[in-house]
Design a protein around this ligand. Structure first.
Ligand code: CAA
Length: 283
């Protein structure tokens, strides 16, 4: 199936990154959020990211104008009626995703694929809120979206091979490398990553080393581009806690229990880079 028009639901750090790479790939793109302010902030973030690329001479100033021109902001879901593919990237709450997918199912044309960028919620469970479970799939982008090469493609129980092939082709057109996996809690990426991040948070809680020390050890010793605590701040501590909850519920294994430190940081609203304070402070 040919995809020409894409709608991204959610203009936050993942949503605006996905809208950016969609527009860079030449797709007609809608970017939706619930208020003008949120959509404006998403557009500003995209402009900033494109400015970086202009400065590095990866694109020209004219390319930037053309890419921005392909993105139409939207505060309702109505443009879904014109789309071949919708990619949802809202908060990791099943009740909110359920409402969005049932609305999208009503609005989007029959051929349209409904994808979720969820980092761990079950694709099959999301699909159950639509009348087209065979056209529902996970398209899990990594943060920062314009830079990271992977799209983890998660096949729900009912997802058809044609839908998977279409989504793989779109990811490739966006300059990404799609890799498939089954619909299990945390998929492949976060089942591994969250255990590492949580273990680092337990070490910090126990005073095994400073935050800087833990991150340095993992950067220098394992050649990771950033330490697990800095990465947790990039992902968002609330998201890390939510994913650990999905892993704990999904597998019933205490190895996924979150560090108490993580819970108190989230309760304090210290969510990482996006709030200016997480494990580290950001000015
Ligand atoms: N838009 C455009 N370009 C960007 C960018 C953005 N938002 N952010 C960074 N870049 C570019 C920079 O311009 C730079 O380009 P050049 O290589 O041409 O110089 C390049 O990316 C590297 O950036 P920096 O030099 O600023 O910084 P860095 O070298 O420290 O890299 C990083 C930053 C790419 C974030 C790197 O630290 C990294 O790869 N970190 C790990 C990220 C990671 O693991 N992400 C996955 C998180 S898990 C997830 O997202 C899924 C989930 O479900 C939780």
């Amino acid at each position: 199936m040919e995809v020409k028009t894409i709608m991204v639901i959610g203009a936050g750090q993942m949503g605006n990154g996905i809208a950016q790479v969609a527009a860079q790939a030449g797709y007609t793109t809608f970017m939706n959020d619930i208020s003008e302010d949120l959509v404006d902030r998403g557009m500003t973030a995209i402009a900033g990211s494109l400015d970086r690329m202009v400065k590095k001479e990866k694109i020209t100033a004219d390319d930037k104008t053309a890419i921005l021109g392909r993105i139409t902001p939207a505060v309702t879901l109505d443009p879904a009626s014109e789309c071949d593919l919708v990619i949802e990237a809202v908060v990791e709450k099943m009740s909110i995703k359920a409402d969005i997918f049932s609305a999208l199912d009503r609005l989007a044309p029959g051929h349209a694929i409904l994808a979720s960028n969820t980092s761990s919620l079950p694709i099959t469970g999301i699909a159950a809120h639509t009348g087209r479970p065979e056209k529902v799939i996970g398209m899990h982008f990594m943060n920062p979206v314009p830079v990271m090469k992977l799209v983890e493609v998660i096949n729900g129980l009912a997802t058809t091979p044609e839908v998977t092939a279409t989504v793989r082709a779109v990811a490739e057109a966006m300059g990404k490398i799609p890799v498939e996996c089954r619909d299990v809690p945390g998929f492949v990426s976060n089942r591994v990553l969250m255990v590492m991040i949580n273990e680092a948070l337990w070490e910090l809680y126990e005073g095994v080393a400073t935050a800087e020390g833990i991150d340095q050890i993992m950067k220098l010793g394992m050649n990771h581009p950033m330490g697990p605590l800095a990465l947790a701040d990039l992902i968002g501590l609330d998201t890390v806690l939510a994913i650990l909850g999905v892993l704990q519920d999904g597998y019933g294994d205490p190895k996924y229990r979150p560090s108490p430190l993580l819970k108190s940081y989230v309760a304090a609203g210290w969510l990482g880079r996006k709030t200016g304070r997480g494990i580290y402070e950001y000015k």
